[in-house]
Ligand binder design. Structure first.
Ligand code: SDX
Length: 392
């Protein structure tokens, strides 16, 4: 049950819990959301549908989807005073720093959705978080480039609304590009949830103490920012740009294998997948489609493809079962759409908010739920007597 901790000498102690949301088979490269394969959801579903599926357990009917989407759209605006909060940041603040701050601050504004014992509060908080993350992320981007904030326009889709708030300007009409909208919506689906990864475990552990949902999601954002986790998408594209041309790839593969060199291939490897990350498969396919449909060629994509090909032929990577993960190709598409690398992890957080919120709800609504309390193997000194400073 939730809160049960296991200790395996092969790993640091990990929280383990029951969950019905997402199933991963790392050896077979399988990822299911409530039983549906990620490849089918990415191909046929939408991010709002997947959000409904993760939150409610079933794919929605047309009416249920319309109601859910309308409900989410009622919460897309941000309290006007929170816009002032942005103005306290330096212009060069990383969007993840802003998102950590602003999402945590939501609990200072939305008091009618912070009582975790009240199912209505929990439902409203869940909808608010999912609805406001695009607005918060878009405002972080606008603030960083000195452009005015755009208010949400709720006749657009969830993803189309985000694209307009990010790339639109008050002076001109903004036309959502359906190719970009579809690709970004698929990227959001691929990032929605992923079992008990570090940031989701952070949200669950924070939530297990009874902290309000906004504070818990802010904790998840902080954890996701790390380059070993969600920060890898930004690091992976920066790495591909640093490699620059295919002839440099062997040098970087050698560096990644050198134990005296801290360099790792960003976007490669995974704690659970010891086979291909099924999300990376969809992501690579989407890169080809989007670059083709947009008529864009990006030499970085060729570097990524050749890096993958050479790494997967190298016995080090084969032996250690290191494959591309969800972060390896995502940056190529996000860059082609026009996002700066500093926004990549913010987009990951935007999408993963659906999973965090669904996991938090699953935990907090379990009557047997108890506060998480990891234990340790003590490796310090045995008990000893105090020594006065003059005798030390
Ligand atoms: C995400 O948990 C999730 O589900 C996360 C995520 C999600 O959706 O929430 O899937 C999203 O975080 C994907 C991972 C993004 N991170 C990166 O791409 C960063 C680069 N990858 C590595 O840092 C690493 O692969 C991890 C952190 C992802 C996994 O690390 P593990 O499971 O702790 O594996 P490890 O560090 O013990 O590595 C095992 C071996 C080591 O060599 P040895 O000590 O056995 O000799 O493989 C090596 C590592 O040195 N290794 C790598 C490598 N990843 C692991 N060597 C070179 N390049 C790499 N990328």
């Amino acid at each position: 049950q939730t809160g049960m901790f296991t200790y395996d000498p092969g790993f640091t102690s990990t929280a383990s819990c029951d969950s019905a949301l997402t199933y991963i088979d790392g050896d077979e490269g399988v990822l299911l959301h409530r039983g549906y394969p990620i490849g089918q959801l990415a191909e046929h579903s939408s991010f709002m549908e997947v959000a409904h599926l993760l939150l409610n357990g079933e794919l929605p009917s047309k009416d249920e989807l319309d109601t859910f989407t309308y409900t989410i759209s009622r919460h897309t605006m941000l309290h006007e005073q929170l816009a002032q909060f942005y103005r306290g940041f330096r212009r060069d603040a990383h969007p993840m720093a802003i998102m950590c701050g602003v999402v945590g601050a939501l609990s200072a504004f939305y008091h009618d959705s912070t009582d975790i014992t009240d199912p209505t509060h929990r439902l409203i908080a869940s909808h608010r978080l999912i609805a406001k993350m695009p607005t918060i992320a878009a405002m972080a981007y606008k603030y960083s480039i000195g452009q005015p904030f755009l208010y949400p326009q709720n006749d657009l889709s969830y993803t189309g609304n985000f694209l307009r708030m990010t790339f639109g300007v008050p002076a001109e009409p903004y036309e959502v590009n359906p190719i970009v909208e579809r690709a970004l919506d698929r990227i959001f689906i691929l990032h929605a949830d992923h079992e008990q990864n570090a940031s989701t475990s952070t949200v669950r552990l924070a939530g297990s103490s009874g902290a309000n949902p906004f504070a818990c999601i802010a904790a998840g954002i902080a954890c996701l920012w790390g380059p070993a986790h969600g920060g890898a998408n930004e690091a992976a594209l920066n790495m591909l740009r640093e490699i620059g041309t295919p002839d440099k790839i062997p040098h970087y593969i050698d560096r990644a294998k050198n134990k005296n060199d801290p360099f790792r291939l960003m976007g490669f490897g995974h704690r659970v997948y010891k086979n291909y990350d099924p999300r990376a498969t969809v992501m690579q396919k989407t890169v080809r489609e989007v670059l083709g449909e947009l008529g864009v060629t990006d030499p970085i994509f060729d570097v990524a493809l050749q890096l993958e090909e050479m790494a997967l032929k190298d016995e080090y990577f084969v032996e250690k079962k290191l494959f591309p993960n969800v972060d390896f190709y995502s940056g190529v598409i996000l860059s082609a759409i026009g996002f700066p690398t500093t926004m990549f992890t913010a987009l990951f957080a935007l999408a993963r908010t659906v999973g965090w919120v669904a996991q938090w709800n699953e935990m907090i609504s379990d009557p047997a739920q108890k506060i998480g309390r990891p234990r340790q193997l003590y490796t310090g000194p045995a008990e000893r007597e105090y020594v006065a400073v003059g005798e030390r």
